[in-house]
Design a protein around this ligand. Structure first.
Ligand SMILES: [Cu+2]
Length: 227
């Protein structure tokens, strides 16, 4: 009797728990899992000026080791966050210095109050009215503060190094003509000298051979030379 009672009690309790679980399960998830409520600028919005990208979530974000951040990528593929994002309760703010006009992409990562990381992206159009464009970075701000560079800033430093060789090019071209003359003249002088020496030596040898012949053949030589 007691065992049947217990079984029945267990079964009804289990049934009640399961029913409660089915009904209640979506509720805690919806309460705990934060989502994005509002963005500045709004998705697909066109802005003429922008200092910060602000994302408002339904719950407080976990602010731990830059786990929640936003990246703002320009039409040129570079990143335009001035620094890493800051969190104030449920608002994630990212300071920006946008560059050329065009479509910018905001990619955000946020750790919801229930510990779940969530990530999404949206785009907006930047159409400035005469403000000086900011310089993009090769990497996002968060986590790369020490290593990221601005490629456009690197260009002026390389320009002066390429300019002096360009200015130096004409003088070598002018001296190249002189060098060419010298390169032809020197072998010519050597050739003439060698040829001259050879002629002199040959003449001397021939003369000496004839002299020897003359001495050896005494009288006969006279007739030989006469011939
Ligand atoms: Cu969640």
């Amino acid at each position: 009797m007691t065992s049947t009672h217990r079984t029945r009690w267990l079964a009804s309790t289990l049934l009640a728990l399961i029913t409660l679980g089915i009904v209640a399960a979506p509720a805690p998830a919806a309460l705990a899992h934060d989502n994005l409520l509002d963005t500045v600028p709004g998705a697909d919005e066109t802005v003429t000026q922008l200092d910060d990208v602000a994302l408002t979530f339904s719950g407080e974000l976990i602010d731990f080791s830059q786990a929640s951040f936003a990246q703002v990528q320009g039409p040129d593929g570079l990143f335009y966050e001035s620094s890493c994002s800051t969190i104030d309760r449920n608002i994630l703010t990212t300071p920006v210095s946008l560059g050329e006009p065009g479509v910018y992409t905001v990619l955000w990562n946020a750790v919801s109050s229930d510990g779940h990381p969530i990530s999404e992206s949206f785009t907006f159009t930047y159409a400035p009215t005469g403000s000086e464009p900011g310089l993009g970075w090769d990497k996002p701000a968060c986590g790369n503060e020490q290593s990221r560079i601005q490629p456009a800033k690197a260009l002026p430093s390389t320009a002066p190094t390429t300019e002096p060789p360009a200015a130096d090019t004409p003088p070598p071209a002018a001296s190249a003509g002189e060098n060419e003359v010298a390169s032809i003249a020197i072998p010519l002088i050597i050739a003439v000298t060698v040829l001259g020496a050879a002629v002199i030596t040959a003449t001397a040898v021939v003369r000496q051979v004839r002299k020897k012949k003359h001495n050896r053949l005494s009288a006969d030589v006279h007739t030989d030379t006469k011939e």
